[in-house]
Design a protein. Sequence first.
Length: 226
Amino acid sequence: MDWQRLTYQPVATFELRPSNTTKTGGKTLLCPTPYTIKMALLDKAIRLNGLDWAVAQFPMIRDLEVWLRPPDQVAVNRTFQKILRPGKGAAWISTIAMREFCMQAGTLEIALGIPTEADVLRDEIRLLASAINYFGQRGSFAQLVDHRADDGPPVGFVDVNGPPQGLQMGYLQRMDNMAPDATFDDVSAFNPRGKGGRVAYNVVFPYRLLAHASNHTVWAWEGENI
């Protein structure tokens, strides 16, 4: 397996709700999930190289290993917004919804383990990664600032491909990933019968609580020290 390390600099607030919630809840994760990262790569593969190329490379994208090193500090800001939603008696109903936004201090680093047989995808990773300008909700902008090859999973990164083994301390975040048997039609937004092709589980990140109040929570990365 070949490893590529991508470093992104957040340039806006980050927002991505857990896959088992609705937009009414408005909670956010602290960083993107493997499913989100792979879908971003798939989207750019379609836009840059065409649908046929992306479909052919989908099994390789699906089987990527993903390790993460989120930003050093993350401040989760909570706010309430007035929104309009469809109603039964009226076209729109005015209501209140809670929203969370992450302010990230530091870079988001992603280590991708690419199957050895995926020569075509490995040669295109840098181009696809440089074309990605947001993860999660649209507007969660980030810029690729570094790309390098690695011998293996970098030290200090967290394996987010499945649930952790054994008891760990830190911040528990819900993750999702592409199912091992997922097909392109399963994840396609244009397929009304698509099953989503995802699996969900929890991952522990070594974050320590720095501050908490009614409208914000601040987390700091502790790595091996937590």
